[in-house]
Design a protein. Structure first.
Length: 238
């Protein structure tokens, strides 16, 4: 709860994945991926209830083992590649008794976010923003992004002299990192999106912003996790 308003956390994790099959229960530090989102949600000070939305028995079992509610099984038509995640969130809200003031979407593919990251994004919505999303600074300037013409030549996505400009001379740009989405439930039901004209950005560091869609993303998450673990253990060995 925040400022007397209730918050529902919805962890989304479907079974089908073309890029990395079984990714939501892939091992990270000895725990299935979905368990890390459960742990982060449990560490939040503002979430009043946390549930899982999934169509997959193995994911549901892993989440329940980690201490998360799984009060329903997501319908298969809401668990396809084409199904909007907003529909899954609406289904989750409609499946519960009682109303909440805020809904917080947590994808299982963002295992390195913390409870503090969740709370910071929720806090960003007050006093009167409709929604907030977590972002991270882009590693490369968007002015450097190009498309390839059929003849193999480069065409800048952003017209101008960006390709000739040093990174240090270009203002920082930010990208939604997929870790936390927050919205007022009445606004979300009407818009069915977490983005609007007054959406607030909540900045997260790159090292907690890995969004796992591929084997390379999982390798990066494991490397960051191991480095963080070794750093945490170092003082105890000294």
């Amino acid at each position: 709860m925040i400022d007397g308003k209730t918050c529902l956390g919805v962890i989304v994790a479907r079974g089908g994945s073309r890029g990395l099959p079984g990714k939501n229960i892939a091992d990270l530090g000895g725990r299935p991926l979905v368990a890390w989102s459960v742990a982060a949600a449990q560490a939040s000070r503002h979430l009043d209830r946390v549930i899982l939305s999934s169509d997959d028995d193995a994911i549901i079992d892993a989440a329940r083992t980690a201490g998360c509610e799984a009060p329903f099984r997501r319908p298969s038509n809401l668990a396809t590649d084409e199904a909007p995640v907003a529909d899954a969130v609406i289904h989750a809200m409609d499946s519960l008794d009682g109303d909440f003031d805020y809904v917080v979407l947590l994808a299982a593919t963002s295992p390195l976010r913390s409870g503090a990251d969740i709370d910071a994004c929720i806090e960003a919505c007050r006093p009167d923003a409709s929604s907030a999303v977590t972002v991270c600074e882009t590693p490369k300037p968007p002015e450097w992004i190009c498309r390839l013409r059929p003849d193999g030549r480069l065409t800048p996505v952003i017209p101008g002299d960006g390709l000739h400009t040093r990174r240090q001379d270009i203002p920082p740009a930010y990208l939604p990192n997929g870790a936390v989405y927050v919205a007022r439930t009445d606004w979300f039901r009407e818009r069915r999106t977490f983005y609007g004209n007054d959406t607030i950005a909540c900045v997260m560091p790159m090292e907690r912003s890995v969004d796992i869609d591929s084997e390379l993303d999982l390798m990066m998450a494991r490397a960051i996790f191991e480095k963080t673990r070794r750093s945490a253990e170092a003082p105890a060995r000294s």
